[in-house]
Design a binder for this molecule. Structure first.
Ligand code: F6P
Length: 748
């Protein structure tokens, strides 16, 4: 005890003085950095707003300007915006703007300036930037940022620096005490005993050493604290929302810009009867990523495929979306008819799509299609480079259309964090090996920092395929591939949907929706309804679904006239012959079954081959008694999760194919093999006769899973992993630098 005091107390004293001197310096630096950050941020916001704002000012549309300002101040730190004209008159401002603000105030004397103003409840940062219209100055934009977060961050930083000193004090003190107390042998044997957890705390043990007791206790307490801290951090995000995702972006990927790249765009502008209509395409990818983009406010790069897409973009081929409440930009990539035919219809959808889905449709690979695929991937890469404003953006590359893009971008932006997500299944090496350009595709994908799939099974197939066809080192334990000296993490991230759904707002009651949907389809009010919502695609098991309905009516004729199945099939990839043939088969089968069982105005199957808005689809989910998802093979299938999210009455039965990724997460659905028609018909019979109480028990459990594992959590997991990888890369870089400065050049 005496010895401890002799060594430890002076040490703690010195460290306390050190922290006393250091903390104010840390404070000053933190403040300076944050003010610089806010200056840069204000400039960026002004650059982004300048064009639309100057147009609105020129058009003198005050109402629109105020709406525009309001949408920009959604950002939690930017709390007020104003605009001063050249005469120094405050023309437009948000409600939150400073009272009595003087445009000619001394605070902002120069054309471009910023200042920090201390107020009663904390400080604010005011920045003024000139606004031009067609090269002529028209006034200044005043941006007011709340700086309270700096105080919070400062407090955090102080806390962590203090912790650091305390930890240092503990470690150094313990080492000092140990060195003073123990002989080398005694120390070694003591440490061994301590690490084994034996004897130290047991006074009866022959290894018991009283001087180690405090050390062991401290270590145990430390481990317990860390453990507690970790769990509470995970649990604090039990319900993931757009706001918590935003927080991750701000806190863990500070200052990082986010780019999404996909073939399909989230909003398509179409020319219809001299009017421009906006369509949300039927795409699981869009359903999942759109809410993420709303939360992150980045840029989404995609093929501009709509007939009016060109007429709505600005001179940089960008358009702000969603149209009703702009939150992010789509940057459109234009493709010629030939490029679209070769890259999209040809290589992607006649080659890779059937290759990856075990749906027994033969893949077709043509050299010309491959050439276009390479060319279009290069085109996308050029646009990514144009859009990237920093050297280390986070780039989320989506799906099989862009398999070469990760490598192309990596070569130009070596510091970028590239997360590729493969939305469809990845087959085993034998199946993938059919592709004549298998090595090129794998080489392309391994330009990614993270390669994501929906299931572990698809990750394993990918790792096996890399192992089979490339010279790469695979670590199955950490699920990483080391290829060409670079690491790619291969991880499963089961995709999901936003919760609560945007479409659930202002919904009619389930009862009203049931009545309405039956009325518009001329169906009797009490008829039981099954629905299928898909793109018209041969992987979706639509034929099998119809055969199951036919079998049901055959085995249980009491349902004739009492059960109808509505199939909504969005037209898809219709230039491809296999899709045309498939559509004909679907139509013919529906007609055959309707002829066989239809009578007196009753029709067992309603086939609607047309686009439906997400809002309309949501209503069908709410009106139905059963939803059938019978894909022959599907990466995840978000229709299953959307149906669940629509059923706030906890009712409705989901029949789900065992060959979807979703079936792994939703065992409470009636899981079927779609190739087994009799089993699917039985599932329909079970669903139609399932008591309310059982429906509710199953639906409740599925709803709580989808709510918890929603799409914000999906994105947050990937972004957190990306942040961690970035941090590790930075650390490795620093270690390498310091080692080479000590020992000359060598590799680690
Ligand atoms: O989810 C797989 C996927 O191919 C997406 O990439 C795509 O957006 C969606 O299905 C719909 O297909 P398409 O974009 O070809 O209409």
């Amino acid at each position: 005890m005496k010895l401890s005091i002799r060594f430890v107390l002076p040490l703690v004293f010195v460290l306390a003085i050190l922290s006393y001197v250091t903390l104010p310096i840390v404070d000053t630096f933190t403040m300076r950095w944050f003010i610089r950050d806010l200056d840069i941020r204000s400039r960026l916001v002004t650059n982004t707003m300048e064009e639309p704002l100057s147009e609105l000012i020129n058009a003198n549309s005050k109402a629109k300007i105020l709406i525009f300002f309001k949408s920009v101040v959604q950002d939690e730190r930017l709390f007020a915006i104003g605009f001063c004209d050249l005469n120094g008159v405050l023309q437009y401002q948000t409600d939150t703007f400073l009272k009595d603000f003087n445009c000619n105030s001394d605070l902002l004397t120069n054309a471009t300036n910023s200042t920090v103003l201390p107020l009663e409840k904390g400080s604010i940062h005011i920045a003024a930037h000139p606004i031009d219209y067609k090269g002529k100055a028209i006034g200044r934009l005043i941006l007011v940022h709340d700086m309270s977060f700096i105080t919070r961050r400062g407090a955090d930083t102080r806390k962590y620096v203090l912790y650091l000193f305390v930890a240092l004090a503990i470690v150094i003190s313990l080492v000092t005490v140990l060195l003073a107390h123990l002989s080398w042998r005694g120390w070694v044997s003591g440490m061994r005993t301590l690490l084994r957890g034996e004897g130290v705390l047991d006074p009866r043990s022959q290894f018991s050493r009283p001087e180690l007791l405090p050390l062991a206790k401290d270590l145990r307490d430390l481990v317990r604290d860390l453990e507690l801290n970790r769990t509470s951090k995970d649990e604090s995000h039990a319900l993931w929302t757009a706001a918590s995702l935003k927080k991750i972006l701000k806190e863990e990927l500070i200052g990082e810009e986010v780019l999404i790249v996909s073939n399909r765009e989230p909003y398509i502008h179409l020319q219809k009867n001299n009017k421009i209509e906006v369509q949300v395409p039927a795409s699981g990818l869009v359903t999942a990523l759109e809410p993420i983009m709303r939360a992150c406010s980045g840029t989404w790069i995609a093929h501009g495929s709509g007939t009016a897409d060109r007429s709505v973009v600005d001179k940089h081929d960008r358009v702000l979306v969603p149209p009703e409440e702009p939150a992010y930009a789509i940057r459109r990539v234009w493709l010629s008819k030939e490029e679209e035919a070769g890259y999209y219809y040809g290589f992607s959808n006649e080659g890779l799509w059937p290759l990856c889905h075990i749906a027994h449709t033969r893949p077709i690979f043509r050299v010309e299609d491959w050439d276009y695929y390479v060319k279009v991937n290069e085109k996308f890469a050029a646009v990514v480079l144009e859009e990237a404003k920093t050297e280390d953006p986070v780039i989320l590359i989506q799906d099989y259309h862009l398999a070469l893009l990760p490598r192309m971008v990596r070569e130009k932006l070596p510091k970028a964090t590239i997360i590729s997500f493969w939305h469809i299944p990845w087959p085993n090496p034998e199946a993938f090996g059919i592709c004549p350009w298998r090595e090129e595709i794998l080489h392309g994908l391994l330009g990614s920092s993270i390669m994501g799939f929906h299931t572990r099974f698809h990750c394993n197939n990918f790792l096996d395929t890399v192992d089979r066809f490339l010279e790469a080192r695979i670590d199955n334990e950490t699920s990483t591939v080391s290829y060409g000296g670079k690491l790619t993490a291969v991880k499963e991230y089961p995709i999901s949907i936003e919760w609560p759904s945007r479409w659930s707002k202002d919904q009619k009651s389930i009862l009203e929706t049931r009545t309405e949907i039956r009325r518009v389809n001329n169906l009797p009010e009490n008829i039981l309804l099954g629905i299928g919502i898909d793109r018209m695609d041969y992987t979706k098991g639509i034929l099998e679904r119809f055969l199951a309905v036919e079998k049901l009516l055959e085995k249980f004729p009491e349902w004739i006239g009492r059960f109808t199945f509505i199939q909504i099939a969005a037209p898809s990839r219709s230039s491809i012959e296999q899709y045309q043939n498939f559509e004909s088969e679907v139509r013919a089968l529906a007609q055959k079954i309707n002829t066989r069982y239809g009578k007196d105005g009753y029709q067992p199957i309603y086939l609607k081959v047309e686009h439906h808005t997400p809002q309309q689809v949501f209503e069908y989910y709410r009106a139905a008694d059963i939803c059938m998802v019978t894909s022959l093979h599907d990466g995840m299938n978000l229709v299953a999760k959307e149906f669940i999210s629509a059923r706030d009455d906890n009712k409705g039965v989901l029949i789900l194919s065992q060959f979807t990724g979703a079936s792994r997460e939703l065992p409470e659905a009636l899981i079927v093999n779609p190739y087994n028609i009799a089993q699917c018909a039985n599932a329909l019979q079970i669903a139609l006769t399932m008591p309310d109480s059982e429906q509710k028990a199953r639906m409740r459990s599925m709803r709580s899973l989808v709510q918890e594992f929603n799409v914000y959590r999906w994105a947050a997991r990937m972004l957190k992993d990306a942040a961690r990888m970035k941090e590790r890369a930075r650390l490795r870089g620093r270690i390498r630098e310091s080692q080479s400065s000590h020992q000359g050049n060598f590799s680690i």
